[in-house]
Design a protein around this ligand. Structure first.
Ligand code: TYM
Length: 344
């Protein structure tokens, strides 16, 4: 099998980059909106995927828990199918060049731009006490993550669209100020799974930090827990399994149908035909079964990998080395362009 470094050396394929925070276990939204696409894209692109631990500390974390979750998330991405040989899979803090580039890019990011970021505005309007500088500057670090690898495509869920637009603006601004340096990245957002909604409040996106334990389904939830959560999913007073895109009142059933199609590969029309005359209860149980079936092999592979610490740690180390090698040229170029004095 051709390894990613050989592919990159030949420079034939487009480059994909994306990241996930190691806070809590990934949920179904992270999986369908992001990580599953990373797995699928490995065949046609050079993929660079990472665990965004620098981003995670913008909110207070318990150090031991963050450390454990970083390794778990790494193993879980491997279990989902990210091949650490075919892709570059690493932990963000292992490549200090992200933080270095972020500083330079922060001098190319306007205060007003960051103030308009909805994720930041949401947190500040909720009266969050710990409104630290990292939380404000977070999108500039995200731009550095992307631009340092000259990514062509960034597969993310819809909630990251605004951050991607800022990354593009920063890239263009820097390129215009000097000369072409960064690839201007395109978001890769798969419409059908870009926003998986909460199971208990289907007009709200599924979120790791939701206080309602029934709102989110996590990749490591036990089979019966997954099925129970789907059986309890909030829908409406109707009975027919039909998809009505523009009907807010149908958000619950639309969400369940989207999930079912994504995990089974079925189309909306086929799903409607399959469940004609069967009612919501029956359908909810089937969605739960289908999601549990999808997660079962990931869970057993995760368990196996967690029992092989040496292997996971070795993959992490070689991922870091590759990430550092891959980003060195861009950072050196940036340092030269902005006028830093080099010592060889
Ligand atoms: P994070 O860790 O919040 O989420 C990881 C990915 O999951 C997607 N996602 C969803 N997709 C569909 N439905 C949902 N309910 C849902 N919830 C989350 C997110 O859009 C994301 O793609 N800032 C990023 C991490 C990051 C990053 C980057 C991503 C740091 N640097 C550079 C891309 C490129 C974040 O917090 O993702």
């Amino acid at each position: 099998m051709v390894s990613i470094m050989e592919n990159i050396a030949e420079n034939k394929r487009k480059r994909v980059l994306s990241g996930i925070q190691p806070t809590n276990t990934p949920h179904l939204g992270n999986y369908l909106g992001a990580t599953k696409n990373w797995v699928d894209m490995q065949n046609d692109y050079d993929c660079v995927c990472f665990i965004a631990d620098l981003h995670a500390i913008t909110v207070r974390q318990e150090p031991a828990k963050l450390r454990a979750q970083t390794r778990e998330t790494y193993a879980l991405l491997m279990a989902m199918g990210i091949d650490p040989d075919r892709s570059v899979l690493f932990v963000q803090s292992h490549n200090h060049k992200h933080a270095e580039l972020a500083w330079v890019l922060s001098c190319f990011t306007q205060f007003g731009e960051l103030s308009r970021m909805t994720q930041f505005k949401d947190k500040s309007s909720k009266g969050e006490e710990n409104m630290n500088l990292g939380l404000f500057a977070y999108p500039t670090l995200q731009a550095a993550d992307i631009l340092i690898y000259n990514a062509d495509l960034v597969p993310v869920g819809a909630d990251q669209k605004q951050h991607l637009e800022l990354s593009r603006n920063i890239a263009v601004r820097f390129n215009n100020a000097y000369s072409p340096t960064f690839t201007v990245p395109e978001p890769h957002i798969v419409k059908a799974t870009a926003k998986i909604m909460s199971l208990s409040e289907p007009t709200k996106k599924m979120s790791k930090s939701d206080e309602n334990p029934n709102a989110s389904v996590f990749v490591l939830d036990e089979r019966d827990v997954i099925i129970k959560k789907f059986k309890r999913a909030v829908t409406d007073s109707g009975t027919e399994i039909v998809y009505r895109e523009d009907d807010e009142g149908k958000a619950g059933i639309n969400n369940l149908m989207g999930i079912y199609c994504a995990v089974t590969g079925s189309s909306i029309a086929d799903t409607e035909a399959e469940f004609a005359g069967r009612g919501y209860g029956d359908f909810k149980a089937s969605v739960g079964e289908a999601v549990a079936d999808t997660f079962a092999p990931i869970q057993s592979e995760f368990k196996r990998l967690m029992g092989d610490k040496a292997h996971v740690d070795a993959c992490m180390k070689s991922g870091a080395e590759r990430a550092i090698a891959l980003s060195a040229k861009t950072l050196a170029k940036v340092y030269r362009k902005v006028g830093f004095y080099g010592i060889g």
